[in-house]
Each structure stands twice: as structure tokens, then as C-alpha cells.
Design a protein around this ligand. Structure first.
Ligand SMILES: [Zn+2]
Length: 385
């Protein structure tokens, strides 16, 4: 290899880029990519009530197709640094493993993509046959307001087009090569509020207890499945997470009762269709006798799904040839920035093994960094072949 992913990963891990701090990580990428001939843009996005966040877009080549590597250089806080075997921003190597916050989620993945791209360019006269790009945000672990959504909008306004994207999140469960993510469920949080009439427990005929109505509606919403699953996804799931009345008085029928829930939903729904479905089911069960309302929390967590085809096959084959494992095309787990990218081009997630992400002693086997770089390198070769 022309460039060593371990050296790049260590440089990145030494940047204390806890969201929303840039920590020197994007400056390092800018310098590295510029030296390789990339045009690099750094942009800082703001929004009232949210932290300013730095982002980066880099591209080399102007021809189609444009293959994009996406990722984030921000990391979650390390917690109590004294509980780490090796300091979280020192990037020490012990027993063949590189330690540091972000080792797998996901500075390690970015380092492998950079190393693979630099190697490809070095062996191909410094120019790709199409275009190679990097979309890197500093706002993935935060609220993702000043990160990838705005970065994508910014590139679209400049007329940038993406053909396929690889997001280097730690997609693997146990071993490198076991999982490619081709989708993620959406997530929606809601509150159900039932209003009654407050009164004395000894005179229930003068009151209207909202807890009865709330219990009825909770039962109905839990009972009926939201769907039977889809070709690529398990059934959607609604889970109540809290039931709140807050009544400290023993002889008082409360005036209102609320419950909170979260729905993880598949590609049979959109955020809007799902809200409508839940409201309709509640209205039917209420039969005009229960006074209820829903409050929906703002969500930007829609579904992401990429259908199996030549691109997923190309990635899966590269993974198989390097690791000897046949990767599962999975749609499980929480949300990721792929939910934004999917509106612009097909995207798959493949990176390191996720076992230690967000944990104390986050680390990656040095061998995995070399193997992932070889996988990315193969993908680039085949993509432009
Ligand atoms: Zn991540």
C-alpha cells in the first residue's frame, strides 16, 4: 500500500473532536486530500439553538461516475479517562490493537477509505476514471442538524452529483465481513395525551377519569401490528416508554394522563403516513368517547433502504474475497446518516466491527484496518473498471 491506514488513523485519533468540536480532524483531512490533488471545501453550518459544526467536501475528477465515501470525524465523549487502559486520544497500539475514541466509530473507517483512495490514485496516474469524493461531517453523534443534511444540500446547490456512496460506519457485528447495512429503520417519538375531568374519587359520576381512556388506547395501539414486515425489513415496532399522570393525591381523579412511545418503522411507512395510521387507529378505538391528542416530536429519522443489485453485489464480492466471509445484507440497528444520503444516491454502510463503539477502551485490530483498506481498494478498482 502506498499509504498506511494505521498512520492515518493514529493522526485522526489524536484529534480530540468530541461533537461539536472539530479538534483538528477536518484540518488533517483537508491537508491530506489537498496534497493528493483533491479540491477541498470546508464549511461551517449554523442554526439557532444548535452548535455550529464544521464539515468537509472533497472531490477529485469531474467525470461520471462519482463514488463517494461518507463519514463523520466527531466522536462521543470518552467518559472517565482514568478507566481507559490507554488514554482515549493518544492512539496507542498494544497487542496488535489500536486504542482510542473513534477507533471503530469511525475515524478508523475514514482512515481506511483515505488510504485506499490514495493508493488507487498513486497507481493510476493520480486521476480516477470517474470521480472520487469525500463527504465528512462533524455532527453525526449530535443532533445532526448542522451536519450531513446541510452538507448534502450545499453540494446539490453547487450541482454536485453522486452516483454511489459507501458510508464507513462500523457495520460488522462480530468479525470484519459479516455485515453490510443496506437499510435502517426510521424512528418516531410521540406522546399520547388523554383529557378527562378532574374530581373527587368518592364522586366518580361527577368526574371523568382519563386513565381509563389512556389504558384503552395504549392497549389498542400495542395490540395490532403496524405491518407484517417487508422484503428487506422486519415488522415495524411500537413501544411505550413511559406512562405519566403525576398525581400525588390519593383521593383525586386526575384531569389528564399521558404516555410516551417510540416507533421503529420500515419502508412500508413514511413519517407522515405512520402518524396518520396511529391517529386513525386511536380515533377508531376512542369511538368519540375518549378525548385524546397526539404530540409528535420533530424527527428527521426516515427509513433508508438500498435494493440489492450490481452495487451491493460489487461491495459484497470485495468483502468476501478479502475476508472469506459472505456478508449479510442487514437492515437492523439504530439510525445513521445514510437516512439523509439515500435521497441523493444509493448508499451502503460497510466499515469496521462495532463491538467497542461508544465504550471504554474503544479499539480496532491493526489487521482489520489493513483488511478494510484492501476491501475499499478492490471496490474502487471494480467500480471504475
Ligand atoms: Zn458513527
Amino acid at each position: 500500500m502506498f499509504a498506511d491506514p494505521v498512520v492515518i488513523a493514529r493522526d485522526l485519533l489524536r484529534c480530540p473532536s468530541v461533537t461539536p468540536a472539530e479538534g483538528g480532524a477536518l484540518a488533517f483531512l483537508e491537508k491530506t486530500l489537498k496534497a493528493a490533488g483533491f479540491t477541498v471545501h470546508r464549511m461551517r453550518f449554523s442554526e439557532p439553538g444548535a452548535d455550529d459544526v464544521e464539515n468537509l467536501y472533497a472531490r477529485i475528477g469531474s467525470a461520471k461516475p462519482n463514488l463517494v465515501f461518507a463519514g463523520h470525524t466527531d466522536v462521543v465523549p470518552p467518559g472517565d479517562e482514568k478507566t481507559w487502559k490507554h488514554p482515549p486520544f493518544s492512539a496507542e497500539i498494544a497487542n496488535g490493537e489500536l486504542y482510542g475514541r473513534g477507533a471503530v466509530d469511525m475515524k478508523g473507517g475514514i482512515a481506511c477509505a483515505i488510504a485506499a483512495v490514495l493508493d488507487y490514485l498513486a497507481q493510476n496516474g493520480g486521476k480516477p476514471r470517474g470521480s472520487l469524493s469525500f463527504l465528512i461531517t462533524g455532527d453525526e453523534e449530535g443532533i445532526a442538524v448542522n451536519g450531513t443534511p446541510k452538507l448534502l444540500k450545499w453540494t446539490a446547490e453547487r450541482g454536485e452529483k453522486f452516483d454511489h456512496c459507501i458510508l464507513g460506519e462500523p457495520s460488522n457485528q462480530q468479525a470484519l465481513g459479516d455485515t453490510i447495512k443496506v437499510g435502517r429503520r426510521g424512528s418516531l417519538n410521540g406522546h399520547l395525551i388523554v383529557t378527562g375531568k378532574q374530581g373527587h374519587v368518592a364522586y366518580p359520576q361527577r368526574a371523568d377519569n382519563p386513565i381509563r381512556g389512556l389504558v384503552t388506547l395504549i392497549a389498542v395501539l400495542q395490540a395490532e401490528p403496524l405491518d407484517q414486515g417487508s422484503a428487506q425489513f422486519a415488522p415495524s415496532h411500537l413501544e411505550f416508554t413511559s406512562v405519566d399522570v403525576g398525581n400525588k393525591t390519593v383521593n383525586l381523579i386526575p384531569g389528564a394522563a399521558r404516555a410516551r412511545f417510540n416507533i421503529r418503522f420500515n419502508d412500508k411507512h413514511t413519517l407522515d403516513s405512520l402518524k396518520k395510521l396511529i391517529e386513525q387507529r386511536a380515533a377508531k378505538a376512542a369511538g368519540g368517547k375518549i378525548r385524546f391528542a397526539f404530540e409528535w416530536e420533530p424527527s428527521n429519522a426516515g427509513v433508508f433502504v438500498t435494493k440489492p443489485g450490481p452495487f451491493t453485489e460489487l461491495v459484497a464480492n470485495a468483502v468476501m474475497e478479502v475476508t472469506g466471509r459472505k456478508p449479510e445484507l442487514s437492515t437492523t440497528g439504530g439510525t445513521s446518516d445514510a437516512r439523509f444520503i439515500t435521497a441523493y444516491c444509493p448508499v451502503v454502510e460497510f466499515g469496521l466491527v462495532g463491538q467497542t463503539m461508544h465504550a471504554v477502551d474503544e479499539r480496532v485490530p491493526v489487521a482489520d484496518l489493513h483488511a478494510l483498506t484492501t476491501i475499499y481498494r478492490k471496490i474502487i478498482d471494480r467500480y471504475f473498471a
